[in-house]
Design a protein around this ligand. Structure first.
Ligand code: NAP
Length: 269
């Protein structure tokens, strides 16, 4: 008599095979997720940082946005995969961020958080920024703490995360205001010299063995319509960040230690 094909043993084999196939599919899916590039952007709750987070997230990167007050970062929460607390002037806050990210690789770190000074920003308000007669020590030191020391110590705090990436990219959002030979008008002492200083730090970090094969660059985003840039700025954050994202994605070791404009042209120091 012909044996039935529905023996319990055959059913077990079929179930087992299906189980293996399903497991394989899940593993492939998990691997695809693991393939996502992780980008961390500081000062991501508004302005250029928010727009850059939006564009990376739309392109399927794993986006970690930081904010001084995450509870108020409503728009960022809709965009980023994770929103973490970070005040770039606080060692404690940097330690907290590093702890929250323990063991996670960061492929792209964008040091974007910036401070112009007590006046609103570039462009329309430039004429109101402090001159030598009105400048205060706190304006200079506060700009330094955020714009120059901030990127150095945030990068320091995240060294293990950066080294966990095959070829990490460390980007500092700088400014043409930091170019030494470009000073047609006075004012904005704190902002300008802090951007000059961070450019120098970029050059030094690019040859620092602690960051091994990382690509470290400064990028000037152009004059943008944000709280800092004012209403009369030439660029929208969408336009500028589209080009900045493209530039970040195409960075190679040839760019390492350079100062780049948002359109990809090299800038003088
Ligand atoms: N907009 C322009 O035209 C222009 C031109 C050249 C360069 N840049 C540079 O581009 C970057 C972004 O500028 P933006 O126009 O987007 O400026 P923005 O609209 O004024 O936003 C500044 C961002 O930096 C954050 N921030 C300030 N101090 C911080 C601190 N101590 N710790 C952490 N985050 C801090 C702010 O957080 P809070 O909301 O908590 O204050 C905010 O998220 C800056 O580095 C700026 O210098 C801008």
């Amino acid at each position: 008599m012909k044996r039935s094909t529905h023996t319990p043993r055959r059913w077990f084999c079929r179930l087992f095979a299906a189980f293996l196939l399903l497991g394989g599919a899940i593993a492939v899916g998990a691997e695809a997720g693991a393939d996502k590039q992780t980008v961390l952007i500081t000062g991501a709750n508004r302005g250029l940082g928010l727009e850059l987070s939006r564009q990376f997230a739309a392109d399927d990167y794993y986006v970690i946005g930081t904010a001084r007050s995450p509870e108020k970062a409503t728009e960022l929460k809709q965009v980023a995969d994770e929103v973490l607390q970070l005040d770039v002037t606080s060692d404690e806050s940097i330690k907290g961020l590093a702890k929250a990210l323990d063991g996670k690789a960061i492929d792209i770190l964008v040091n974007n958080a910036g401070y112009f000074g007590p006046t609103l920003g570039l462009g329309s308000t430039r004429e109101k920024s402090a001159t030598l007669e009105t400048l205060t020590r706190s304006e200079v030191l506060d700009c330094f703490a955020v714009n120059a020391a901030g990127p150095i110590f945030v990068t320091q705090g995240l060294i293990p995360n950066l080294l966990a990436s095959e070829q990490p990219k460390v980007v500092v959002i700088s400014s043409r205001s930091g170019i030494i030979n470009q000073s047609r008008n006075a004012g904005a002492y704190g902002y300008r010299i802090s951007k000059t200083a961070v450019n120098r730090a970029v050059k030094i970090m690019s040859v620092d063995k602690a960051l091994r094969n990382a690509i470290v660059v400064a990028i000037a985003p152009g004059h943008n319509r944000t709280d800092m840039g004012g209403d009369r700025a030439k660029l929208t954050p969408e336009e500028s960040m589209k080009m900045v994202k493209g530039l970040i994605e195409t960075l190679t070791p040839k760019h390492d230690g350079g100062f780049w404009y948002y359109d990809g042209k090299e800038l003088p120091w």
